[in-house]
Design a protein around this ligand. Structure first.
Ligand code: TZP
Ligand code: MG
Length: 205
């Protein structure tokens, strides 16, 4: 089975990658919102270049056509994006696909496209995205793993203090935005995550 890095940082600009990749990040997502097409494509192209130079894996959120056109290797889709996406084209272009899920129905829908990973969220309340779903809690992580039978990414309201419990519950990788990017010292916080992940228990198969 594909092995994901256990720490998965999500950023909204290539600039963050310039700042944080030198710390040793291996697995990152670029999630750009509300920019025009030219600015967005420039962000994606710059992120691909930075990640390539650093040997890190970049996942492009939402914009699967840009991801294909610009030579990305991974794309992440939410359920709405998945419904409108040409999954066959994504596959033909050789991109790996991650899909968000927030309910059993969404998990079923995600599994029909055989994604490389499934993300489950929000594990805890998150302030970053207004969502109709109650926090999933840790028990769902094990449940999702049993059903999905592929790497599971946990997301939503996860802090460094909560991370070991999330890993212990079976998450293969933990995706984080605010705990790092809203920290007064993002570099130090990012480094603390990178150090901590080595101490987490192995995720179960
Ligand atoms: N999907 C589910 S929760 C979430 C997304 C994009 C936001 C995660 O951000 P944070 O700040 O780590 O809660
Ligand atoms: Mg989306």
């Amino acid at each position: 089975m594909l092995v994901l890095d256990r720490f998965y940082l999500i950023v909204d600009s290539a600039r963050w990658l310039d700042r944080l990749l030198p710390l040793g990040l291996q697995f990152v997502q670029l999630r750009v919102k509300g920019q025009d097409a030219a600015a967005r494509r420039a962000e994606i192209a710059a992120s691909i270049e930075t990640c390539r130079a650093r040997g890190a894996t970049l996942v492009v959120n939402d914009f699967w056509q840009d991801a294909i056109d610009l030579g990305a290797e991974w794309v992440h889709l939410g359920q709405e994006d998945l419904a409108g996406a040409d999954v066959a084209a994504i596959r033909r272009a050789g991109l790996k696909l991650g899909v968000s899920t927030h309910s059993h129905e969404e998990l079923d829908a995600a599994l029909t496209v055989d994604p490389a990973y499934v993300a489950l969220g929000p594990v805890y309340p998150t302030t970053l995205k207004v969502m109709p779903w109650a926090p999933q809690g840790l028990d769902r992580i094990g449940e999702w793993k049993r059903i999905a039978r592929r790497p599971l990414v946990a997301i939503g309201g996860i802090t460094l203090e909560r991370a070991e419990g999330v890993a212990r519950a079976g998450a293969d990788s933990i995706a984080v935005i605010s705990d790092v990017l809203s920290n007064p010292d993002p570099e130090a916080r990012c480094k603390a995550w990178l150090d901590a992940r080595a101490t987490w228990p192995a995720s179960s198969e």
